[in-house]
Write a new protein. Structure first.
Length: 149
């Protein structure tokens, strides 16, 4: 369950995704689940009705997610959308990342959290800076900041 006092840092795009998911869960999933519950009820004895139990479980999960998404929307803070390009000096490879809020992070798709080791390490760095940071795996990485916008 989401912490009601937590502030969720999101980019504008991240907030839009949360709002889309909330609308989907309320407008599509909720009615679909209610229909499944009604159909399962029509099949008789609810105590031994697996379809009814599954639909009620889906309803519970969906409603909990709705509460969580509403809390995120209520307690969000928009953060600047920053894109960085870094060169891992030892690997001689460059990567471009979008720096996003923690809940939006998806490293496989080029989105790193501003709270990640690299995200924290670039704060205050200028293009051309060479610095080291310790990766989540505990490895010391030497990086050059090639681009930041």
């Amino acid at each position: 369950m989401a912490n009601k006092d937590q502030v969720y840092e999101l980019t504008k795009e991240g907030l839009e995704e949360v709002e889309k998911e909330l609308a989907f869960r309320k407008d599509v999933e909720r009615p679909r689940i209610l229909q499944a519950i009604a159909e399962a009820r029509a099949n008789g004895d609810l105590s031994e009705n697996a379809d009814y139990s599954a639909a009620r479980e889906a309803q519970s999960e969906n409603e909990a997610k709705i509460v969580e998404l509403e809390n995120i929307i209520k307690n969000h803070k928009i953060i600047e959308n920053t894109t960085i390009t870094v060169e891992y000096v030892d690997l001689k490879k460059s990567y471009t990342f979008k720096v996003v809020g923690t809940s939006e992070a998806d490293p496989k798709n080029g989105k790193i959290s501003k709270e990640s080791p690299l995200g924290r390490a670039i704060v205050g760095k200028r293009v051309g800076s060479v610095f080291t940071f310790t990766s989540e795996a505990g490895k010391e990485m030497k990086v050059k900041l090639l681009k930041k916008n």
